[in-house]
Design a binder for this molecule. Structure first.
Ligand code: SAM
Length: 364
């Protein structure tokens, strides 16, 4: 092989241009030139994950998230259309976003969600597409979601007891959610993650029962620390069940065997209880900072990019779209958002203040 060919093969051009890194290289096997883009924020974090809240509407009223009467809703005409979201995703994906999660509000209450997911799943650069739901409509939707190209799903469930579920969510729908989980298993969505927000005095006595599920079912049970957000009942630091506390409770169930994280894991620390089929995930946004590895941006239902769950700074993309902005303008807004991404969230500091928007309008 000639020297010049060798040089070409090994050539790696890294252009750092206002935080966008383009890497060009030649793959030895195919000699096909691939252009790969990477988004870097000012702290050199690789940003490849967009969480999209497709609606602020929710069919539950979880006490820690919302008051019983709900929250003031974003007018329909202010909510991004699916076309608008698809355009944003296409432009961002071409710059380096490869992971998308749909959330809300409750994403399954928005009309046309299945068709939208199918269109998203055809965007070539999106390698990981997932959805977070409260599971109320999952039994009806699981099969269609799978067919639309959704691979995996997160289901929020804070109690395995019917009466307590009702007390927390203010809706008597435990069975619907459970049937939804069974249907998701039946149609082969995988992995299926059950997210439990652990709160002292509310559901802390169910840590072990949730873990027991992993012995019988191929589910990942994830425990999440209660965060100071939402318009629900007053958050108090003493309400948090910290990850170390949860972990020591789980050690009573069985030996926790760590599982190495893979590239789509995010901030969860993964374990398997010895002898179990499913997994355990521990997510501690309050007790442990994982900001150093934060790879995400959020898109609100009304078209604002949020750079951190706990920062009220928002970068408007809807206004740009509706004024006829070009893809290039959109890319520039993305770079503005990247630049604005804070190094750390302020929980645990004296600068902390609760964010203005409710979790359902940000996309928890
Ligand atoms: N409706 C969907 C659902 O229930 O999964 C998506 C939206 S919901 C806001 C997303 C997740 O945020 C849920 O798992 C919910 O429990 C969680 N969440 C809401 N407020 C929270 C808080 N203060 N601390 C921790 N998690 C919270």
């Amino acid at each position: 092989m000639r020297n010049s060919e060798c040089r070409l093969r090994n050539r790696k051009i890294i252009q750092l241009q206002t935080h966008v890194q383009r890497i060009q290289f030649r793959t030895p096997q195919s000699e096909i030139r691939i252009l790969k883009k990477m988004l870097l924020d000012p702290y050199k974090r690789k940003i490849n994950y967009l969480r999209i809240s497709v609606t602020d509407r929710c069919n539950l009223r979880c006490r820690y998230c919302m008051p019983e009467e709900g929250i003031p809703l974003i007018p329909h005409e202010e909510i991004l259309t699916y076309e608008e979201i698809l355009r944003i995703v296409r432009v961002f994906a071409a710059e380096g976003i490869s992971k998308v999660r749909l959330t809300g509000g409750e994403p399954l209450v928005r009309k046309g969600i299945v068709d939208f997911i199918s269109r998203l799943s055809h965007i070539e650069e999106i390698k990981d597409l997932s959805l977070t739901t409260n599971g109320i409509f999952l039994r009806e939707f699981a099969q269609d979601l799978k067919q639309a190209g959704l691979k995996r799903i997160n289901i929020s469930l804070d109690s395995l007891r019917k009466e307590r579920f009702c007390q927390i969510t203010r809706k008597d729908d435990f069975e619907r959610v459970w049937n939804g989980i069974e249907e998701a298993l039946r149609v082969g969505l995988s992995p299926i993650k059950i997210n439990m927000v652990a709160i002292q005095g509310l559901n802390d006595d169910e840590i072990e029962s949730f873990a027991q599920l992993t012995f019988h079912l191929p589910l990942t049970v994830r425990y999440i620390e209660y965060m100071p957000s939402g318009n629900g009942e007053e958050w108090k630091k003493s309400d948090i069940l910290t990850i170390p506390q949860i972990k020591s409770r789980l050690e009573n169930v069985g030996k926790l065997i760590p599982i190495p994280s893979d590239r789509w894991d995010g901030p969860a620390k993964r374990f398997r209880i010895e002898g179990a089929t499913g997994e355990i995930g521990l997510i501690g946004p309050v007790s442990s900072h994982f900001c150093d590895d934060c790879n995400r941006l959020r898109l609100t239902p009304d078209g604002k990019i949020r750079t951190c769950l706990f920062s009220d700074e928002e970068i408007d993309v809807k206004e740009l779209l509706r004024k006829g902005g070009s893809d290039r303008d959109l890319r520039e807004r993305l770079l503005v958002a990247l630049k604005a991404k804070p190094e750390r969230h302020p929980i645990n500091t004296h600068q902390f203040k609760k964010c203005q928007r409710n979790m359902s309008a940000i996309g928890g």
